[in-house]
Design a protein. Structure first.
Ligand code: GDP
Ligand code: MG
Length: 369
């Protein structure tokens, strides 16, 4: 049976183990951080802490879907995938909008962008992918599902407010995901702005920016005045270069669902970040417990495209049902295989639900159902 220690579970949820233990104690269970628990209990705890869980299933049916190896000789650089995080009102949305606008003005497609949950910009001829679903939730959902889609986290800290609770939370998320941080010190146009206070504030949470002797890049920006956005993009490219991000564009595609919804006219629409391989029209895909044949691919500019390379966000049409944000998507060889996997996963999900309902005798389950 699958097991996990309390400490490891807490780490993966970015919660303190003491809080998990406290919670268990309220349910009448005395445990220590090193204690090992079963996957079912871990899952119940995780959902109580507001996380969604997907166990790494090792069934025969799923064998071989997500472990196709990249061909080392075919590896090519790919654009970095960036998530913007930070405390509420520090300017995440403004920054995402400002970056999108600057690039759209210089872009060729008439300035019309469509919201698909992620977009790409170009700086010095190099692409950067920004995920702009409400940052925090998407990041957490994807991390909980083991699909670490983000290469770089831009931590927005308002210079007139400095480090706040969600700043610290964001730092912890990025750190436990092993994602490097770039600090965007925002609102430097404001009279009360104090960038050095932000830097020393970050110091206390072990984020050491360059001027403090560390290696974390920081850029002073103003989202609303459009100040230093190019510098921020350059810092992202520099960080990306250090990370040496690569993927094999010739293999079968894999990616993560960023958003998905049922569209009245178009049917299920999944916005997918292609992470490796190239996704093509006609491909048979599985995402979570849904499958489909790719009927159309639409990029962030609303254009129909024939294929999507690594790090490209794209809307995928043709799914039979609507997958969930955070689901992994993979191309499989044929429709039979796709149905088999989707059916299997739906059955597992149903069985879990039944087990959960049946298990309501225990006090813990009762509390949490
Ligand atoms: P979010 O909650 O992090 O997404 O923050 P928002 O982008 O919604 O911004 C919160 C408020 O701060 C809004 O009223 C913005 O107009 C304002 N704001 C954001 N960036 C700047 C900036 O660079 N300078 C100034 N003066 N205000 C800003
Ligand atoms: Mg916002």
């Amino acid at each position: 049976p699958e097991t996990i220690s309390i400490q490891e579970l807490a780490n993966r949820m970015s919660e303190r183990s003491v809080d998990v233990i406290k919670f268990l104690m309220q349910q009448g269970q005395m445990m220590k951080p090193g204690d090992i628990i079963e996957a079912d209990l871990a899952e119940l705890i995780a959902s109580e802490f507001g996380h969604t869980v997907r166990r790494v299933a090792e069934s025969d049916v799923e064998e071989g879907i997500f472990n196709v190896e990249d061909n080392v000789e075919k590896l090519q650089s790919r654009p970095p995938v960036v998530t913007i995080m930070g405390h509420v009102d520090h300017g995440k949305t403004s920054l995402l909008d400002a970056i999108r606008k600057t690039s759209v003005v210089s872009g060729e497609s008439g300035g019309i962008t469509q919201h698909i949950g992620a977009y790409q910009v170009e700086q010095d001829g190099q692409k950067i992918t920004f995920i702009d679903t409400p940052g925090h939730a998407a990041f957490t959902a994807m991390r909980a599902r083991g699909a670490e889609a983000t290469d770089i986290a831009v931590l927005v800290v308002a210079a007139d407010d400095s480090v706040m609770p969600q700043t610290i939370e964001s730092i912890n998320h990025a750190k436990s995901a092993g994602v490097p941080i770039i600090v965007a010190i925002n609102k430097i146009d404001k009279p009360g702005a104090d960038a050095s206070k932000v830097r020393t504030g970050l110091l206390q949470h072990e984020v050491f920016v360059e001027s403090m002797g560390g290696e974390v890049l920081d850029v002073e920006v103003s989202a609303t005045k459009g100040l230093n956005l190019d510098k921020l993009l350059e810092a992202i490219l520099l960080q990306a270069e250090l990370l040496d991000l690569k993927a094999d564009p010739e293999r079968t595609a894999e990616g993560s669902v960023i958003e998905a919804q049922l569209d009245k006219g178009r049917g299920p629409v999944a916005t997918v970040l292609v992470q490796t391989g190239t996704l093509k029209i006609g491909d048979i895909v599985v995402a979570g417990d849904e499958w489909g044949r790719v009927r159309a691919l639409i990029n962030d500019k609303g254009e129909q495209i024939k294929e999507a390379a690594p790090s490209t966000p794209v809307e995928v049409l043709g799914m039979q049902g609507t997958p969930l944000a955070g689901d992994r998507m993979a191309v499989v060889e044929n429709e039979g295989k796709a149905r088999e996997i989707a059916d299997y996963r739906q059955r597992v999900a149903r069985e879990k639900q039944v087990a959960k309902n049946a298990g309501q005798r225990g006090s813990l389950e009762q509390m949490m159902s």
